[in-house]
Design a protein around this ligand. Structure first.
Ligand SMILES: NC(=O)c1ccc[n+]([C@@H]2O[C@H](COP(=O)([O-])OP(=O)(O)OC[C@H]3O[C@@H](n4cnc5c(N)ncnc54)[C@H](O)[C@@H]3O)[C@@H](O)[C@H]2O)c1
Length: 311
């Protein structure tokens, strides 16, 4: 195996614990640093729970859950690691302090990737003397279950580093995409935000209930989107003329809809409306039951999606 066969996970909360499970599943060893008192226990429990799901998804063929170590400092954890995944809280001073701490302890060829959802690569690069081997590697929660990772480097990133990060993520079973320009929220979260904005608007405007708007996605386009993205799907939506014919036929329709989309704010009143609407939609189902149902359905979908030629 290459130098990325030994990894480090810095910050082992919601995201870090999941990355640790996935890296172990790929046959890699993982060195963890998290200052929280209960971190070791909670990470081990997380891995124990995640392992059967990853096995079902055939992600564990090379894996060994015992190849994990816990360390007393970030410097100690990154020692000898070829790939470092940083998952500390989403606060710039915390991230910068950590980068300053580890920079001189890293192997020269080591790549460090940040899971940051909201901070941009440029903001985080400010914590490095030399950010040449530092990239964005933003997962979708939970990383051991959802394939997407958004990878980004920029003009301060050394040539080839983003390719190595891409190859690393692909090897642990992820589907990567490149973020080519710095924008708040990267790509997938902006898409979610756009759809949710209109979902909220439709409820606020009295067009449908929270439950029906959710069903409009999960029983409609959401099912298609798990198979293919919207532009590919619309390219299949106008017969042999493909996407050009679709755009020709539907330009006025879409432009009219876009002009009419809402721009709600997520304020206290809106939140209350959504909470009440969701309570009505889910009835007596507990959040734990719904979470279990969601995970089981995601596993089933992933298995079904294996028929895709690129999987
Ligand atoms: N939660 C999500 O849905 C999600 C999704 C994608 C990306 N992310 C990103 O992942 C990162 C972590 O988010 P999270 O949800 O796992 O947060 P979290 O609060 O669950 O975990 C953060 C962990 O970092 C630890 N920590 C704090 N300071 C540290 C330090 N100096 N060194 C090492 N560990 C330290 C904490 O003890 C905690 O366990 C954030 O940048 C976030 O934006 C989160």
């Amino acid at each position: 195996m290459s130098y990325t066969s030994h990894t480090a996970v810095l910050g082992a909360g919601v995201i870090g614990a999941s990355w640790a499970a996935l890296f172990l599943a790929s046959g890699r060893s993982v060195a963890v640093f998290d200052p929280a008192h209960e971190a070791e226990k909670s990470v081990l429990t997380y891995i124990e729970n995640a392992w059967p799901i990853m096995t079902e998804l055939s992600l564990c063929d090379r894996g060994d859950p015992s190849k994990i170590t816990f360390h007393r400092s970030a410097e100690e954890a990154v020692d000898g690691a070829g790939f470092v995944q940083e998952n500390v809280p989403e606060r710039l001073p915390v991230k910068h302090a950590l980068y300053q701490q580890i920079e001189s302890a890293l192997m020269p060829q080591a790549i460090t990737a940040s899971s940051a959802s909201g901070l941009t690569l440029g903001q985080m690069q400010g914590g490095w003397r030399d950010p040449a081997r530092f990239v964005l590697g933003h997962p979708f929660n939970p990383p051991h279950l959802i394939p997407l990772v958004e990878v980004m480097g920029n003009e301060r990133t050394a040539p080839g580093v983003v390719d190595v990060a891409d190859a690393f993520y692909e090897d642990v079973g992820k589907t990567t995409i490149r973020v080519r320009k710095e924008v708040p929220g990267h790509i997938a979260n902006r898409l979610q935000a756009a759809v949710w904005r209109e979902a909220i608007h439709l409820v606020q405007y009295g067009v449908a209930s929270v439950g029906d708007v959710d069903k409009a996605i999960s029983a409609g386009p959401g099912l298609r989107w798990a198979a293919m993205g919207p532009t590919t799907l619309f390219g299949l939506g106008a017969g042999p003329g493909g996407l050009a014919a679709f755009c020709d036929h539907f330009a006025d329709t879409f432009n009219g809809w876009w002009d009419d989309l809402g721009t709600p704010q997520l304020d206290a009143k809106t939140a209350e409306m959504l909470v009440d609407g969701l309570d009505e939609a889910i009835g007596s189902a507990s959040l734990a039951d719904l979470s279990a149902q969601r995970d089981a359905m995601i596993v089933a979908l992933q298995k079904a999606l294996r028929v895709r030629p690129d999987c």
